[in-house]
Design a protein around this ligand. Structure first.
Ligand code: ADP
Ligand code: MG
Length: 323
């Protein structure tokens, strides 16, 4: 009983096409858009945009307010993606939540990309094995996705869970796109939304989107004080798009953010990302990852809205993330 965009008031075939091309391919996606977003991306006037959004909101039954029981209903659907490391899961209240953005920040080599690979594998597991029974989208900005690593981790999981998992099947459910610059990176979220819509009613809906690294292109492209506000605005929109992706697909969103090893004295606390709180207000869970002895990593939960701050020790081995 899905409502088509064309069925909305004020949306003719041409506008429906424009909206589709801009990545708004469901009534829900339009309903949670802002008028200025639609104006910018779908080439329609401000007042038409407002009317379309309001039509989409009544059609999709998305109002500005929700009653608590409705919020509770959606919260009840929140999935928890297990990491492969029990301490890490406990730190996160059972696992990485869906419908939330989880930021991992840390130095180069601290293990952010490794953890992301592991989550891309675990997401595909059935729920009773700690997965989300879903497929994965990776927006790879640094060209660090390695299918060989996925194979190793699937082999590790086969051993650990005493199952005969096929690495090739896992690779088929990971959709990777390289992002060549920050604008491309932002556009890829629209493409991801389209892919998620296509996979929505299959047996492997998209349940995880990874942006690794979230900030590298932005850092490289926006250099100097004058451009900081612009960078911030673009990043905020990008994160807003990602949050919307998580909400609409009941998916987890993982973003990574590299920080420097020797923070400027002015910033003092090395557990804070350099450049201020780029993501402070939008990332729901913030994890600071740092290297410890051997293959050990310390994962620290910082500023969570609903969980106590704390630390966990995880190991990164050839078989993947473990206790
Ligand atoms: P970041 O993304 O935070 O910069 P990575 O996730 O790329 O860092 O972590 C790289 C580290 O992961 C390596 O230095 C190594 O310790 C570990 N690692 C990478 N591949 C393997 C592997 N096949 N087996 C064991 N450890 C690995
Ligand atoms: Mg990395």
């Amino acid at each position: 009983s899905e409502i088509l965009l064309e069925e909305l008031d004020h949306v003719g075939p041409a506008t429906a096409q424009k909206l589709n091309d801009a990545g708004y391919n469901s009534v829900e996606a339009v309903a949670v858009a802002s008028p200025s977003e639609l104006v910018a991306t779908a080439e329609i006037g401000e007042s038409t945009a407002a009317k379309i959004i309001s039509a989409a909101r009544s059609a999709a039954d998305i109002g500005g307010f929700e009653t608590g029981d409705f919020v509770m209903q959606r919260r009840m659907e929140v999935g928890k993606l297990r990491t492969g490391c029990e301490e890490f899961d406990e730190l996160m209240g059972g696992g990485i939540e869906t419908q939330s953005i989880t930021e991992m920040y840390g130095e180069f080599g601290s293990g952010k990309t490794q953890i992301a690979h592991q989550l891309a594998v675990n997401t595909q597991l059935p729920r009773d094995m700690g997965g989300l029974d879903g497929s994965v989208i990776i927006i790879d900005t640094e060209n660090t996705f390695r299918p060989e690593r996925i194979e190793q981790m699937v082999a590790g999981l086969s051993q650990k869970l005493e199952q005969d998992f096929d690495p090739a099947e896992f690779l088929k459910n990971i959709h990777v796109a390289r992002a060549y610059n920050s604008n491309h990176q932002i556009l890829l979220v629209d493409a991801a939304m389209e892919m998620a819509n296509n996979l929505k009613n299959t047996d492997k809906p998209v349940r995880l989107v990874i942006v690794d690294s979230l900030t590298a292109h932005f850092r490289a492209e926006y250099v100097g004080r004058g451009t900081l506000a612009d960078r911030q605005q673009k990043l905020n929109k990008h994160l807003h798009d990602l949050q919307r992706f998580g909400d609409l697909n009941n998916a987890s969103v993982i973003v990574t953010n590299q920080v420097m090893s020797k923070p400027d004295a002015f910033f003092g606390d090395p557990t804070r990302p350099i450049g201020g709180h780029i993501l402070g207000h939008t990332a729901t869970f913030r994890l600071y990852i740092r290297k410890s002895k051997g293959d050990k990593r310390i994962v620290k939960l910082v500023d969570s809205p609903c969980l106590p701050d704390g630390e966990a020790v995880a190991c990164i081995t050839t078989d993947g993330l473990c206790d």
